[in-house]
Design a protein around this ligand. Structure first.
Ligand code: TXA
Ligand code: MG
Length: 359
């Protein structure tokens, strides 16, 4: 479909008092209320929002992103009472998780009601809901007065946007507007947990860790698709697509540090012989080593091995930077799967599209 819009950009100061009544938020909310698609910051990544009660509005999200329509969207609410606009009866464990982690990076899959637009749920009888912990997102949703369906505001398949500039790079001319609230904090998307089954199942690892969830509701299961080495089809429809991928070919090398580095160097040297521009996605610890290495043209660091919060925050921006520098072949270091590491490794493995070597 041909889309030819003039994309408005509003800059909002996150710390301003009475944010909900500032003109930028009022303007953006009016467009959302009128059925347009508008991008906005959350604490995880930027989302591309539209009225979750209108198929016509939600259709604009799919069109702008080029997103397959069998992949359901998360509904964002600005206050707890808005839950009933899209959800049916919420199981007790779902309530407990909402009490503990909202507003915050947790999406809870619950039974849907008849009001939520069918395109949002892609025909499922459940709906994913979250209340984001970002002052701009909360103000915008409340001001719009309707629940807001929002996937990440990237072209389908690209790394999720963590700044308004990333959104503009992907969606300029394809959406009505972008609210710029600066860089996002968490950097990877929300955790998705299905509480319509017992025990609840994590469908996507994210900003809230398994350990945090279990401290509130007891044992939860992991979708088999992202246990290490598994090949089963994922249950969250979105997890089956190639995602977060840079344009260059990304390879991950896991194993003992010593051997991983030897293998990475081998891959880089071969790529150089093939005439490609090469890159290394490096940890702080090894950045110096790679900068001195003759086969590495571009070395970008995502943070220290031990600081997974920093790694999560920078991961998508770094993947995009390889594209900006037109790197054709990238090797990446790997991280622990503890805590936030599970989300980091899940996104890296998706970005690599299965190109993972164990040495
Ligand atoms: O942090 C986030 O969650 C960001 C920000 C913008 O809030 N949003 C986001 O949305 O990542 P999206 O559409 O890129 O990812 C939604 C994920 C997909 O994997 C989708 O398949 C899954 O949630 N999902 C949504 N509704 C579902 C449902 N009813 N049942 C199972 N999975 C569902
Ligand atoms: Mg996404």
């Amino acid at each position: 479909m041909e889309i030819n819009l003039v994309t408005k950009v509003w800059s909002v100061d996150n710390d301003v008092e009475n944010i909900q009544s500032c003109t930028q938020i009022v303007d953006a909310a009016r467009l959302l209320h009128a059925g347009e698609a508008v991008a906005f910051p959350t604490e995880t990544v930027y989302g591309l929002g539209a009225n979750a009660l209108s198929n016509e509005a939600v259709e604009k999200i799919f069109a702008a992103k080029g997103r397959p329509s069998d992949n359901p969207l998360i509904v964002h609410i600005g206050e707890r009472q808005q839950l009933s606009t899209v959800a049916g009866e919420v199981p007790e464990k779902g309530q407990k998780l909402m009490d503990a982690f909202w507003p915050g990076p947790l999406t809870v899959i619950v039974p849907k009601n008849e009001h939520v637009a069918s395109l949002v749920t892609a025909g499922l009888d459940s709906v994913g809901v979250r209340m984001p912990a970002h002052p701009v997102a909360l103000a915008l949703i409340k001001q719009a007065g309707v629940p807001i369906a929002a996937p990440s505001a990237n072209r389908s398949g690209r790394p999720s946007p963590t700044t308004a500039a990333h959104v503009l790079a992907d969606l300029d001319g394809r959406v009505a507007g972008i609210v710029d609230g600066g860089a996002t904090g968490v950097g990877v998307e929300s955790t998705v947990i299905d509480v319509t089954v017992e025990p609840p199942v994590i469908l996507r690892p994210g900003g809230i860790t398994r350990e945090q969830l279990e401290s509130v509701i007891g044992p939860v299961e992991l979708d088999p698709s992202f246990e290490v080495g598994a090949v089963e089809t994922p249950r969250a429809p979105g997890m089956k697509y190639t995602h977060y991928a840079p344009e260059g070919e990304l390879w991950l090398v896991a194993g003992s540090e010593e051997q991983a580095r030897i293998k990475m160097a081998e891959l880089l040297s071969q790529a150089k012989i093939d005439g490609q521009k090469t890159g290394v996605l490096a940890t702080e610890e090894w950045a110096g080593y790679w900068r001195d290495h003759e086969a590495a043209d571009v070395v970008l660091t995502v943070g220290a091995q031990a600081d997974l919060e920093q790694v999560a925050q920078q991961l998508y921006a770094v993947l995009r930077e390889f594209d900006n520098q037109q790197v054709q072949f990238i090797v990446g270091e790997t991280f622990s799967r503890e805590g936030l590491g599970m989300a980091v490794m899940n996104r890296l493995e998706k970005a690599a599209g299965g190109r993972i070597l164990s040495v």
